[in-house]
Design a protein around this ligand. Structure first.
Ligand code: FES
Ligand code: FES
Length: 160
């Protein structure tokens, strides 16, 4: 076992991990951050998405030992940020969630994207491409994309 030091949602945390411990296991079982969901466990569904050093990653594919010194944000942290709050509001407005299993991963992915856009206008294709790794079995994607469209437009306007 190795001691891993990370910043998680702005707080310094330490965890014991062996070489096969995944980041998602540390988040869910060590720190109780169960908003990060385990779906496929193979990098295909995006339910486990977190932000690692500013980039959206699948936490089922990242070993905890790769995270020593990293800055991790989970859905619990993202939704406390200004960009995360706008995305959640628009998801609610658009009825972008049904069972909700995919929703944390989608919100986290969108947050990483929309933080980068600044005052630039994102195209529908850019939004769809960014969300391509987040699967949803319920909504048919249209309300999710509508929510992201509205959040992107609102944030770009505010940044101008
Ligand atoms: S659980 Fe990680 S991508 Fe599906
Ligand atoms: S809302 Fe059920 S999987 Fe997306």
């Amino acid at each position: 076992m190795t001691t891993i030091a990370m910043q998680i949602n702005g707080k310094d945390r330490q965890a014991e991990a062996d070489t096969e411990t995944r980041l998602i296991d540390v988040l869910r079982y060590e720190f109780g951050l169960t908003g990060t969901k385990l779906g496929c466990a193979t990098g295909d569904c995006g339910a486990c998405t977190v932000v690692m050093d500013g980039r959206a990653v699948n936490s089922c594919l990242v070993y905890a030992c790769e995270c020593d010194g990293a800055r991790i944000e989970t859905i619990e942290g993202v939704t406390e940020t200004p960009v995360g709050k706008v995305i959640v509001e628009e998801m609610i407005e658009a009825d972008g969630a049904q069972c909700g299993f995919c929703t944390p991963g989608i919100v986290v992915t969108a947050c990483a994207l929309l933080r980068e856009q600044g005052d630039a206008a994102l195209s529908d294709d850019q939004i769809a491409t960014a969300l391509a790794g987040n699967l949803c079995r319920c909504t048919g994607y249209l309300p999710i994309r509508q929510a992201m469209r509205r959040a992107a437009d609102q944030l770009a306007t505010e940044a101008r």
